[in-house]
Design a binder for this molecule. Structure first.
Ligand SMILES: *[C@@H]1O[C@H](CO)[C@@H](O)[C@H](O)[C@H]1NC(C)=O
Ligand SMILES: *[C@@H]1O[C@H](CO)[C@@H](O)[C@H](O)[C@H]1NC(C)=O
Ligand SMILES: *[C@@H]1O[C@H](CO)[C@@H](O)[C@H](O)[C@H]1NC(C)=O
Ligand SMILES: *[C@@H]1O[C@H](CO)[C@@H](O)[C@H](O)[C@H]1NC(C)=O
Ligand SMILES: *[C@@H]1O[C@H](CO)[C@@H](O)[C@H](O)[C@H]1NC(C)=O
Ligand SMILES: *[C@@H]1O[C@H](CO)[C@@H](O)[C@H](O)[C@H]1NC(C)=O
Ligand SMILES: *[C@@H]1O[C@H](CO)[C@@H](O)[C@H](O)[C@H]1NC(C)=O
Length: 670
């Protein structure tokens, strides 16, 4: 009797446990996106409050909606505005289930991530928020959740892969181009003699266009093939779409169970309209559609060969639009603002990277001169395979610089990502980089003071744009004469954003464990403690300014024992009232009328390289000071050149440094 009771309790317990497991897997977290090169918000700011409110609004909006559980909303004004989007998997028909998933996911996201742009994927839903408007923007950054590694291998990968590809392609086309599916499709297919089945699911967020959905899915399916086509399950998630397959029915298909049949090699299952649908589906322009359909009809006879071809074509059509690329690491990136070029174009334009076209060689790889088919000259930065600049920096640079437009920033025209090749294509700068001008005894005499002054002003304005004139503060972190390019009119343009980092409006300092940059130009607090801010860029700017004026390098400068660095030398002469001795005599010849301007520039340079970042001016101060002769400059303090001495920088202090900053407070550009 007791035994019976026992066993029934046991059974009950087991059932409860199983239910628990089931409900846990319901809320399975798949992946999160929490980038650290975006700004982080601080607690209790209005951004944070808006974000919390947004999360609540999203889940209640979702519950209110009726058919498909998708919503986008924004809350707040101006800089504190937050945009959010939530989506429940297409087979969820119970609003309570959807709402609970969104609530859990958003809570989780808030706990895990303080970035101003973040996303989380759960098994049954996904939530994203951002400080920037992203609705209807299709940006593919596919993610490969670690759980894929846990999947067992299948016994016959070759045939499995064929069947899987067929299934996922069919689903992608259905979801993207069949309006009745509303961007969501599931199906199953048999893959073995034992009648085992693969279950597939694909889905897009409802805010993107059919074409964007199609190319997102095709990118994701390409990745799924690469990672998982020999496994018993796989999943790839991206901002606008996700794809998944498994050997069990993981979705609710009671509504419209669709069993696909893998076409036999005879190709009898392929009807002409399928070609039309598969090929034309991915092309949005009607003219192209008509043209292709005619072509399809003509090829009807050669059906056996075409069967293979059309599938391949569909794949290529979808997975290589001009703004999507796959990296060697299998990662996909895409951007609306950037043009992906083909390796063939660049090879043709640079004589296959011939030595005669080589402009220079850096730590990252070589730079070549080239021409585009339209005749425009370009500079091609080919990252070496063992380059320290990894895929992260590469992505960082292209996404960042593609968004930046300023007269004093070098323009990125496009990039190449093919196989192991990572290539950046810039507008060509006929006068190369600043270091080749100021440190070259032959070219140096060509620089008169007016030109130098123009270059200094150009760098200052480019940096001001990065620091203050966009929504984000961008810290360059590796400013040096090699990274300042000169165009045919000797206008300075800042380049090389591989190390750049974005800050939010109210963020002032960040810390990094990985100090990257160039000695001689790095501010002491950055070089020694990894602390960087706009003021560390100001320091680098100051060094460049003093180098331009003196014609000497800060590194490699051993003039006297008393002045081991250029900064120490400048400081010494300045204090002895012999500032003009610091300037390059060649430069002085051209500027007899401008001696006061030269002295003023040395003065500003010394202000920029002061040891305490809080004493350094901001770039807007610098731009104003450069443009005005009458404004009185504060006395500079000792620059940072005695490497033994370190000052502590309190990250929180930089916001309330009114006392120190007061000297700069009434100086800002109009
Ligand atoms: C934020 O505000 C809450 C309630 O007003 C308070 O308990 C909490 O300590 C604050 N947190 C910070 C970091 O200021
Ligand atoms: C989101 O929800 C709100 C409130 O229910 C609704 O007004 C809005 O149209 C929804 N947006 C979308 C894209 O469904
Ligand atoms: C939900 O949809 C049904 C039928 O599609 C409709 O009758 C009903 O009014 C809708 N409810 C809401 C709250 O939109
Ligand atoms: C949600 O997205 C749709 C489609 O992009 C857009 O039309 C709509 O205005 C968005 N809703 C809000 C509240 O921004
Ligand atoms: C929706 O799900 C909840 C909890 O999972 C359940 O209590 C409720 O009965 C379901 N509603 C419907 C209409 O199935
Ligand atoms: C997908 O397969 C189903 C069933 O075989 C078929 O009806 C449908 O047309 C296919 N869709 C595409 C886009 O190939
Ligand atoms: C599956 O879908 C059907 C029809 O849409 C619905 O009645 C049923 O409640 C769903 N089951 C689950 C577990 O969501």
């Amino acid at each position: 009797m007791d035994k019976d009771k026992m066993s029934s309790t046991m059974i009950m317990l087991i059932i409860i446990l199983m239910l628990h497991v089931v409900s846990c897997t319901d809320h399975l977290i798949i992946d999160t996106y929490c980038p650290d090169n975006f700004p982080f918000y601080t607690s209790n700011t209005s951004f944070h409050k808006n974000l919390k409110l947004l999360m609540e609004t999203l889940s209640s909006n979702i519950a209110a909606s009726n058919t498909s559980y998708f919503n986008n909303t924004s809350i707040g004004q101006g800089l504190d505005k937050v945009y959010g989007q939530a989506l429940c998997r297409g087979d969820i028909t119970n609003s309570t289930v959807c709402k609970e998933c969104i609530e859990k996911a958003s809570k989780d996201l808030m706990n895990r991530c303080k970035s101003e742009d973040a996303m989380v994927w759960y098994e049954l839903c996904q939530v994203r928020y951002s400080f920037q408007m992203f609705f209807s923007d299709a940006v593919y950054t596919g993610k490969y959740p670690k759980q894929n590694d846990l999947e067992k291998r299948v016994s016959d990968p070759t045939s499995f892969q064929q069947v899987l590809t067929y299934l996922m392609n069919n689903l992608s086309n259905e979801a993207a181009f069949n309006p009745a599916k509303n961007m969501f499709a599931t199906a199953e297919i048999e893959f073995s003699a034992k009648k085992e089945r693969i279950y597939g699911l694909v889905e897009c967020t409802k805010d993107v266009s059919e074409t964007d959905c199609g190319s997102c899915l095709s990118s994701a399916v390409t990745e799924l093939n690469a990672c998982c086509s020999y496994r018993e399950g796989g999943i790839i998630v991206s901002r606008n779409c996700n794809v998944r397959f498994d050997l069990f029915q993981f979705f609710n298909a009671s509504s419209a169970a669709s069993l696909l049949i893998f076409p036999t090699s005879k190709g009898g299952k392929w009807k002409p309209w399928m070609y039309v649908l598969t090929i034309c589906g991915s092309i949005s322009i009607l003219a192209v559609l008509i043209g292709l359909c005619t072509a399809c009809r003509r090829q009807k006879n050669d059906r056996d060969k075409d069967e293979e071809r059309s599938e391949r074509m569909l794949f290529q059509e979808l997975s290589s639009p001009k703004n999507v690329a796959i990296t060697q690491e299998g990662e996909l990136i895409s951007s609306d603002q950037l043009l992906f070029m083909t390796l063939a174009t660049i090879k043709a334009g640079t004589d296959d990277f011939s030595n005669t076209n080589k402009l220079g060689q850096g730590g990252f790889g070589a730079v070549y001169k080239g021409v585009l088919p339209d005749g425009n000259e370009i500079a091609v930065k080919r990252l070496s395979k063992k380059s320290w600049q990894g895929i992260e920096e590469f992505k960082n640079e292209i996404i960042l610089i593609a968004k930046l437009q300023h007269k004093n920033l070098v323009k990125l025209l496009g990039c190449v990502l093919e196989g192991e090749e990572k290539i950046l294509v810039y507008e060509f700068m006929s006068n190369r980089s600043l270091d080749q001008f100021i440190f070259d005894p032959n070219k140096r005499p060509k620089l008169d003071w007016k030109t130098c002054y123009g270059i200094i002003g150009g760098i200052a304005r480019g940096l001001l744009y990065l620091h203050e004139e966009s929504r984000l503060k961008i810290i360059h972190r590796d400013l040096k004469p090699n990274n300042v390019l000169l165009d045919h009119e000797l206008v300075a343009k800042i380049s090389d954003f591989g190390m750049a980092r974005m800050f939010s409006e109210n963020q002032n300092t960040a810390n990094t464990k990985r100090v990257v940059g160039t000695h001689g130009y790095m501010a002491p607090e950055y070089a020694m403690e990894g602390l960087f801010s706009v003021k560390s860029d100001v320091f680098s700017f100051g060094v460049i300014m003093l180098e331009i004026i003196s014609g000497k390098r800060n590194g490699g400068f051993y003039l006297t024992e008393l002045a081991p660095t250029l900064l120490a030398y400048a400081w010494k002469l300045w204090n002895e009232g012999k500032g003009l001795e610091f300037a390059d005599p060649i430069l002085l010849e051209s500027c007899l009328d401008y001696e006061s301007e030269v002295l003023r520039c040395i003065h500003i340079g010394l202000l920029c390289v002061q040891e305490d970042p809080q004493h350094r001016p901001t770039m807007s101060n610098v731009v104003v000071l450069l443009g005005s002769e009458s404004m009185v400059l504060p006395q500079p303090r000792q620059p940072a050149f005695s490497s033994g001495k370190m000052i502590r920088v309190d990250p929180s202090a930089s916001t309330n440094c009114s006392l120190n900053d007061s000297i700069w407070s009434n100086i800002s550009p109009r």
